[in-house]
Design a protein around this ligand. Structure first.
Ligand code: SAM
Ligand code: SF4
Length: 367
């Protein structure tokens, strides 16, 4: 297969099930037959970076503290999701989840749970890596399996421009600490913005290969600052693949191995970039805009203020915090979550002319 175009994966067409409401005794099933196994929990909307694709430079209103779930409330809802709703994978995110002091305790409590398969949930973290040098070992010890680290630049200068903070060395050190702690595989996430960091994409891949990391490029989605996204300026998966193919030999990995994973992956043959050797490895592209994978989505999301979101792009959300604080039982909370899931839309609708960017920014949804 030609490595310079992204093949459209064969995806199951959603079939609408007959029931008008969520079946009462199941896990998290929607009307299209998808089953949520992967829970994304946002632990905070706060962040120590200001990535251009995610947050404005200033003028952010943080969620009021009283609305944020406590550690105990998060642990209760994660337990409910794992023990009663069929969740098998839990990813902690934000905002920046390392800003949450109780993270190690939340991870340890999650690791003590057992899924419907009788195993501990698969626990991962999406982070910018700042401060991971001090915490990677403790997080591994608590039960964290893997990390995804935002790394959008190959130089300190470009990193500072993109993130609006001079923290490149800390992020690089954080990724190295993750490897040293055994949080394998360490994946790096990069969003490319033309005129900011896009020209560094090949250098970033060479560095990732040399560091033993799996780099994934994520298409820029309309979830950042208002009016920052223009489809005509989007660097698509095809664009990214074309640029990488000028410098690297790429072979697509079998589609069958992808499952519900958002990234399409390529093997990279060992070679040279900029006169320096790089080993073989893998690179991925998450083409959420141009090759949506909604038909295989197995995700449900919980925001730091206790709202269920069935999709990053959902127009609405379902409140769990209110009922939780009003004394709802586990069975009642599980029922609310099931009904929210049943209402999940078939797709994110970005191509619909009526599409509206969610009012919550990415940092407050949890990526
Ligand atoms: N702070 C952590 C981090 O940066 O990894 C976790 C939260 S961040 C919102 C999670 C992921 O969302 C990151 O990989 C980031 O690149 C991605 N992201 C943020 N805004 C995005 C956007 N507008 N389009 C595509 N990806 C975005
Ligand atoms: Fe912070 Fe992550 Fe958003 Fe960057 S992508 S501003 S690190 S939440």
């Amino acid at each position: 297969m030609n490595a310079t175009s992204v093949p459209t994966p064969a995806r199951a067409k959603p079939v609408v099930l007959e029931e008008a409401t969520a079946p009462a005794t199941t896990g998290l099933v929607d009307r299209f037959g998808r089953v949520a196994r992967d829970l994304r929990v946002s632990l905070t909307d706060k962040c120590n970076l200001r990535c251009q694709y995610c947050m404005p430079a200033e003028g952010i209103t943080p969620l009021p503290t009283a609305r944020l779930l406590s550690d105990a409330e998060i642990i209760r809802l994660v337990r409910l999701a794992v023990e009663q709703l069929g969740i098998r994978e839990v990813r902690f995110t934000g905002g920046e989840p390392l800003l949450r002091k109780g993270l190690e305790n939340i991870v340890a409590a999650t690791a003590a749970l057992r899924t419907d398969l009788g195993t501990a949930p698969d626990i991962s973290l999406t982070t910018n890596g700042l401060g991971l040098t001090h915490r990677a070992a403790a997080l591994k010890e608590a039960g964290l399996a893997r990390v995804n680290i935002s790394m959008d630049a190959a130089s300190a200068e470009t990193y500072a421009k993109l993130t609006r903070r001079n923290r490149y060395d800390d992020a690089v050190a954080g990724a190295a600490a993750a490897t040293a702690a055994g949080l394998h595989p360490v994946k790096l996430n990069a969003v490319l913005l033309p005129g900011v960091n896009a020209y560094e994409a090949p250098a970033l891949l060479a560095q990732a290969l040399r560091g033993g990391y799996r780099l994934r490029f994520i298409e820029f989605m309309p979830l950042g600052p208002r009016n920052s996204w223009k489809r005509e300026e989007l660097l698509t998966a095809d664009d990214i693949l074309a640029v990488l193919s000028e410098h690297f030999t790429l072979t697509p990995r079998p589609a069958a191995e992808r499952g519900a994973a958002p990234a399409q992956e390529w093997e990279v043959v060992a070679g040279f970039f900029d006169g320096q050797a790089h080993p073989a490895g893998r690179v991925g592209i998450i083409a959420s805009v141009t090759r949506p994978f909604c038909g295989d989505c197995d995700r449900t999301r919980l925001t730091a203020d206790g709202q269920i979101r069935t999709c990053l792009f959902a127009a609405g959300e379902t409140d769990l915090r209110g009922p939780l604080r009003a004394g709802a039982s586990d069975a009642e909370l599980a029922e609310i979550w099931r009904h929210a899931m049943w209402g999940k839309q078939a797709g994110h609708g970005m191509d619909d002319p009526a599409f509206l960017q969610p009012t919550r920014p990415m940092s407050a949804i949890g990526g």
